[in-house]
Write a protein that binds this ligand. Sequence first.
Ligand code: FES
Ligand SMILES: [Fe+2]
Length: 357
Amino acid sequence: MTSIVRNQWYVAAYGREIGREVFGRTICGESILFWRREDGSVTAMSDRCVHRRFPLSEKPSHLVGDTVVCGYHGFTYDADGKCVAVPGQTRVPRTARLKSYPVVEQDSFVWVFIGDDDRSDTVPIPRAPWLDQEGYTTVSGMEPLAARASLLVDNLMDLSHETYLHGGYIGTPEVANTPITTEVDEDAQVVYVSRHMDDADCPPFYAKSTGIQGRIVRWQDIEFHPPCLYLLHSRVAPVGVLPNEDGTDPNGFHVEVVYAITPETEHSTHDFWAVARDFALDDEGVSDFLRESNRTVVLQDVVALDALERVLAGEPDGYQELSINIDTGGLAARRIIAAQAAAGAEQVPESPAALAR
Ligand code: FES
Ligand SMILES: [Fe+2]
């Protein structure tokens, strides 16, 4: 059975990745072509020409106005995926049509709906408004992961690993030593995990970006919207500095760390990461530092998770993991994702051809 949840919106790309060039990416085992119409809107359709399957994202396939021309023999498709011209004859076969996908551009991401198209309206797209909101500056990227998406979910839901895997960047002893609280909103399908440190070492990631010297209050409030969007609301301030009673927080530094976890196949994942901050907004040096640091941290996770994937792929079924308190959020996320996968599989018969890649 597939672990990929269907009938959900997934982040396919940053808006900046898609323009007036053909762009291909595999999402949940489906090869999808993206491009912008002349009016600037994004369209998405199957990346396999109906004639001989040539990828429409491969050169010399190209756009002409609001059509895409296959680079092999010239089949031409409109922005809805309908074939409008074929070589050597005027009659276009009625069945010559690419599957098209619902697409929404929001919060700097291009979201694509994977599943039964007519259900796309009933499934909400989670928000990450800071990524293109005034008052925040964002750095972002995407790293390919040769590991299944569930390993990245586990990783992000349990930040105690920062102390060990990311020591010297974002990890300090207090992260692993401070207990967490976990809450699950079953109706909204959101998992919350919080860790509030009152008196912690300031890791370089925050010391260099905020300029705080000495120890800090460090809050990590995770809000995970399975299966795709992970938000980490991070607040740091000098020790003893708390938000005002009315909720305003002029002396705190806020970083919204966003991950979009998009399966590429059953065993590989697009790891989109973004860091939005509400301080040093115009400081290019801070942007460069946070981009480099976060990318380094993400790559540390990539190395670890790629190793775990190799372990999983090579072991017999039935291995018993041992879970402890720090795993409560990860286990809640797994449970929700399993239920979503089962529900999605009931509504849409799995396509072995699409998922076998
Ligand atoms: S494969 Fe596309 S036109 Fe032949
Ligand atoms: Fe990590």
